[in-house]
Design a binder for this molecule. Sequence first.
Ligand code: ADP
Length: 402
Amino acid sequence: MKILVINTGSSSIKYQLFDMEGKRAIVNGLAEKIGEDIGELTHKVIQADGQTQKHEFHDKIADHGKGLEKIVDLLTIGEQAVIKDKTEISAVGHRVVHGGEAFQTPTIIDSKVIDAIKENIPLAPLHNPPNLMGIEVAMSIFPDAPQIAVFDTAFHQTIPAHAFLYALPYELYTKDRVRRYGFHGTSHAFVANRCAEYLKKPISELNVITIHLGNGASVTAVKNGQSVDTSMGMTPLEGLVMGTRSGDVDPALPFYLTSHLEMSINDIDSLMNKKCGMKGLCGSNDMREVLEKIESGDQQAKTALDVYCYRIKKYIGAYYAVLGRLDAVVFTAGIGENSPDIRELAIAGLDHMGLSIDKQQNRKRIDGINEINTNDSKVKILVVPTNEELKIARETERIIKA
Ligand code: ADP
């Protein structure tokens, strides 16, 4: 069975084609700059031995429909083709950012689901509209394939009221849906399950803190396999320091920026989402650049990294208290998987809480899961590669088989 997984942004389509029998992606790619004069499409065919052949195109991609048509052509025609025609694709799995309270599990998309995703647009104005566009385009190109929505928020729907409510007038929750939703749920769920497999423990008995450090970043407290708290909130702005987002700040900050600097709501929105985080603190949002700056003696970059890691440590402490018993702490995503320095700094000084890192093992690059705690560490510390697309493909397969 072949399943196509699509993650549509406002000017991009990220995609992977999975062979579910072989349990692996056979193609992945990214169409970018959709709607611009010259679009970019990178299409990689992945062999069974992991070798990839890369095909790059620089042509105008007028809209998402044209982009997906081009992707289907690449999958089906020419020397790089991997399937005979598009009917070989049994289903399409879509990443949808905000499911609000309506979706606790992946769902077959019908008109009701589309309406519900639309209803959640006010909660995710930047993400849900392109996600919807991806769904509509895929429905027209694959009219016979079931379309499945997998929501970033779904895993966090088990968070109890005492953790998802903000201390605001209650009607803001009941009428206006203001609450913590949390994001990156597909990734947190995926690595928690991989951690359970690795520790040979039923997921229903696993307590773990999962730390997803990519361009966006979030921490989740997982109790008995379920999300019970997470650092992102009503929007992905809350919580950890990120590439360009501030994470936690004093909620009175916007009042000060308005009265003191005469900033508008739009200015503040753009500031806190696009110009803060590591970029605001030291001028670089790409963590590799930050680490290079530190290497060359940049003190401001070092201070920024200290802020970044201190925030992670604070959440580990808080979620340890929330969970009571802790089996493991898991690092994942671009930074979590690739930066031993950040893992070491975030865990430093937590030995008294049973978290001791093995510095040598932490520096080793390992395919798959790397256990980086010392032998006598009470709590396991793991690096677990995330794979949100594979998780979406598996959920899609499970649903269409059911
Ligand atoms: P996204 O949220 O876009 O999926 P990723 O999970 O790909 O993001 O993470 C992107 C981040 O990972 C970037 O800040 C990048 O600099 C960082 N990163 C990638 N490789 C390394 C590395 N070797 N060392 C440190 N940071 C890295």
